[in-house]
Design a binder for this molecule. Structure first.
Ligand SMILES: O=P(O)(O)OC[C@H]1O[C@H](OP(=O)(O)OP(=O)(O)O)[C@H](O)[C@@H]1O
Ligand SMILES: O=C(O)c1cc(=O)[nH]c(=O)[nH]1
Length: 204
């Protein structure tokens, strides 16, 4: 049952989106369970930035998982429900299944959302594009990512999207490691949202 009063105003204060709030909360809770169960790997690792760390959050195990991927799409859409954008994408590879899960979640809800992929380097053959997918010039886009450490990957994607003529409305990730990404996005004037922080992940 949706948790709304008979006036249509939700008791929770959460805007009424048409999706039962119990489902949104259940999706978020189940996704957290799967992330904690399958994605967190303890041990010494070298990160994308070259830094060393004592754990890794391998969200590809989540965004490509048959049960978790649809949850990613719905939970990420809920995270940015109040933002206005027409396309979603980020730096390949981590961002790609995040973007496509949101595209499919939108389609399942009867809405339209395009996705795009920002290559790490421009392609030298074919159409020689850095950004693949429907054109984003003149459109409002959301930059997504699976996890953020330094924030370098979404910043690179945002720069490429702007060079392609898009307006970047925000950056959104599934998890945040609390290692400087939020500060980088703030300095770049980019709104930043993430679904789970370190304490919820049991990593604080
Ligand atoms: O916040 P940052 O310092 O940018 O680090 C996080 C990035 O690192 C990982 O990708 P990786 O660079 O390992 O490449 P991949 O997506 O191709 O696996 C992860 O998927 C993020 O994209
Ligand atoms: O910084 C990274 O490279 C990184 C950290 C992490 O927890 N997970 C990941 O996929 N990449």
């Amino acid at each position: 049952m949706p948790h709304t009063t008979n006036t249509g105003i939700p008791d929770s204060g959460i805007p009424d989106t048409g999706i039962p709030h119990s489902d949104v909360a259940a999706d978020r809770a189940r996704l957290l369970e799967i992330v904690k169960d399958k994605a967190i790997v303890h041990g010494r690792v070298t990160l994308s930035s070259g830094r060393d760390a004592d754990y890794y959050v391998d969200l590809r195990r989540i965004t490509l998982d048959g049960e978790a991927a649809p949850l990613v799409g719905r939970v990420m859409r809920e995270l940015v429900r109040d933002l206005d954008f027409e396309a979603v994408g980020g730096l390949t590879l981590g961002a790609d299944p995040v973007a496509t899960s949101m595209l499919h979640a939108a389609a399942a809800a009867g809405e339209r959302l395009d996705a795009f992929v920002v290559r790490k380097a421009g392609k030298a053959h074919g159409l020689q594009q850095r950004i693949e997918g429907p054109a984003i010039a003149g459109r409002r886009v959301l930059i997504v990512e699976d996890t953020s450490t330094t924030g370098a990957s979404p910043l690179e994607a945002a720069e490429a999207a702007r060079e392609a003529g898009a307006e970047v409305v925000a950056v959104a990730t599934i998890t945040d490691r609390a290692t400087g990404a939020a500060e980088k996005f703030a300095a770049a004037g980019l709104e930043y949202r993430h679904v789970y922080g370190l304490s919820e992940l049991g990593l604080a």
